[in-house]
Design a protein around this ligand. Structure first.
Ligand SMILES: Cc1ncc(COP(=O)(O)OP(=O)(O)O)c(N)n1
Ligand SMILES: Cc1ncsc1CCOP(=O)(O)O
Length: 525
């Protein structure tokens, strides 16, 4: 039997709001667009479980929606269920298959790649990948997978007809992140998501289900390359990008977006000053307690892990979640991610918790982030000449991380997963002062914030993770800083890196659209 796994309701009667009837909730959830139901009861007598399944089956039949039973093959048989879901320690798939009529769908739970391989060889029809996020609905005996680790599990299913849903902590607020963040390097995406509490606890299950279903539809209707960004892949030319940069530039000082920066303590003052020079306003704050308030007033967030502490890490986690909820841009700078295990695991956790809009880094940082050894790092610096094929590298990384990737260096590369902009402005002095990468992050955040503010009057489709064209925002931030660097370095009063930085701030503040359009060197690949 073919099942549409898009929105899989796994029941949990214990979660119903006081006074709410289970069958009423089930029916309303079906009206809202649930596509498959699993009856899950962990502490009921057989007779009661059987009765619930019988009544639920007749309701699901009226909506033509398949019903599966959790764990109990005997009850599935008794009610003529469309399938069963068995966990790792339940009845083996092969035995369930023998007992159940042909065409009965059998699903199993998987927590890691090995379990997916086993599910395949055991003949599962679908797998439930979980728990992807933390959940209060079930006491977990295995680690939370994290959205960025789902892709490797999906990849095992390439070329098979086995379907996959994610389960565990899936809510409307993280559904898009779950869908985009879990797509494999081979472009294998989830067939759906299984939810318990988001629907079962709702006073209006129809609305809760419809909201989730709408997001799923938007995601499923998009082309496989769509990253959930408001960019227009492959429509740019060098000229159009230059025009867009200049168009943004003239509005920057007028709008002066507020940029929340959680950055490292080497560059706090430099970053704040650079933000002011480029025409935006900085606010530097790290305490988790402030993040919700800040997300209301700030237009973008910069997260830079250069001198990471446990407290700052907690602030970063919270800040990102708040900004994602408002679909405001997050620029992430994983400074020195390859240098220590603490940074590596913090970066994994941050990117598994919220969706970055832009990740910027040097070659060594982006190589460490993607788990490859082609380029190495020395502390926070990249070693050697960089990637052999940077264009392909960042295009693939953008697809995997579902965001803009900016690879900085002598030449800078920016990709939205399809287009790659190659930026050739800059000056060697930028490499001779500390924190030039960090201030680039501030400039990117400022221009993404501006792009986001300018799009506020336009409707935003549910499948978009962030407001505004952050591809053009990223390119603008990098190019304007680099053009200002060229002008500053050429000044008579600049005799080396020490006199360069103040001159850079001046030139950044004094840039004119005309100079920028004359100097910008951007190509597209
Ligand atoms: C769709 C889906 N995926 C995973 C599970 C978890 O099943 P299991 O591991 O058997 O744990 P329990 O549900 O029995 O607690 C599921 N039920 N559905
Ligand atoms: C049954 C199950 N298996 C893994 S997580 C989970 C519970 C998911 O519930 P919720 O959607 O409320 O987080």
């Amino acid at each position: 039997m073919d099942i549409d796994f898009s929105l899989y309701l796994v029941t949990g009667r214990e979660l119903l709001p006081p006074g709410k009837d289970f069958y009423e909730t089930l029916e309303q959830a079906l009206q809202g667009g649930v596509t498959v139901v699993q009856i899950r009861e962990k502490s009921l007598d057989t007779a009661e479980f059987l009765e619930i399944c019988q009544r639920s089956k007749s309701i699901c039949d009226r909506y033509n929606v398949p019903l599966l039973v959790n764990d109990r093959v005997d009850i599935a048989l008794a009610v003529g269920a469309n399938g069963v879901h068995v966990g790792q320690t339940d009845m083996p798939i092969a035995i369930a298959r023998k007992l159940l009529p042909p065409n009965t769908v059998i699903g199993t739970s998987c927590n890691n790649v090995e379990e997916v391989k086993k599910a395949l060889s055991d003949g599962a029809d679908y797998i439930g990948i979980g728990a992807v996020w933390a959940t209060k609905t079930k006491t977990l005996d295995k680690p939370v997978i994290g959205v960025r680790n789902v892709g490797a599990m999906l990849e095992v299913l390439d070329g098979t007809s086995v379907q996959a849903v994610a389960i565990g902590g899936i809510k409307s607020k993280n559904l898009l992140r779950t869908l985009y963040g879990s797509v494999s390097r081979t472009n294998h995406s989830l067939d759906g998501v299984a939810v318990v509490s988001e629907i079962m606890t709702s006073d209006n299950p129809k609305e809760a289900a419809a909201y989730l279903r709408n997001i799923l539809r938007e995601f499923q209707s998009g082309s496989s390359i769509q990253l959930g960004l408001c960019t227009q892949p492959n429509t740019h030319t060098s000229e159009s990008i230059t025009r867009e940069i200049v168009g943004l530039m003239v509005l920057m000082k007028k709008i002066s977006p507020l940029i929340h920066q959680i950055t490292n303590n080497v560059v706090i003052a430099q970053s704040a000053n650079t933000t002011i020079s480029i025409g935006a306003s900085p606010i530097m704050a790290t305490s988790a307690q402030e993040m919700s308030d800040l997300s209301h007033i700030c237009d973008a967030l910069l997260v830079n892990i250069g001198t990471l502490t446990q407290d700052a890490y907690l602030g970063m986690l919270e800040a990102g979640v708040c900004m994602n909820a408002k679909r405001k841009p997050i620029v992430f700078d994983p400074v020195g991610v390859g240098a220590t295990a603490f940074r590596k695991s913090a970066v994994d956790d941050l990117l598994n918790t919220w969706q970055a809009s832009v990740i910027k880094g040097n070659a060594g940082e982006l190589a460490a982030l993607s788990g490859i050894t082609e380029v190495e790092s020395k502390g926070v610096d990249s070693v050697g000449t960089g990637f052999k094929d940077p264009v392909t590298f960042i295009r693939n990384l953008a697809k995997r991380e579902r965001c803009i990737i900016a690879l900085t260096g002598k030449t800078d590369y920016v990709s939205d997963g399809k287009s790659v902009a190659i930026l050739k402005n800059g000056h060697q002095y930028l490499g001779e002062i500390t924190g030039s990468g960090c201030i680039t992050g501030s400039c990117i955040a400022a221009y993404c914030a501006l792009a986001s503010r300018l799009s506020e009057s336009k409707p935003l489709k549910e499948d978009k993770l962030v407001r505004g064209d952050v591809f053009v925002g990223t390119i603008s931030g990098i190019l304007l800083l680099n053009v200002a660097a060229e002008i500053a370095a050429a000044r008579d009063d600049v005799r080396g890196p020490g006199t360069f930085f103040p001159a850079l701030l001046d030139e950044l503040a004094n840039l004119t659209p005309q100079v920028v359009s004359e100097r910008v060197r951007v190509e597209l690949a």
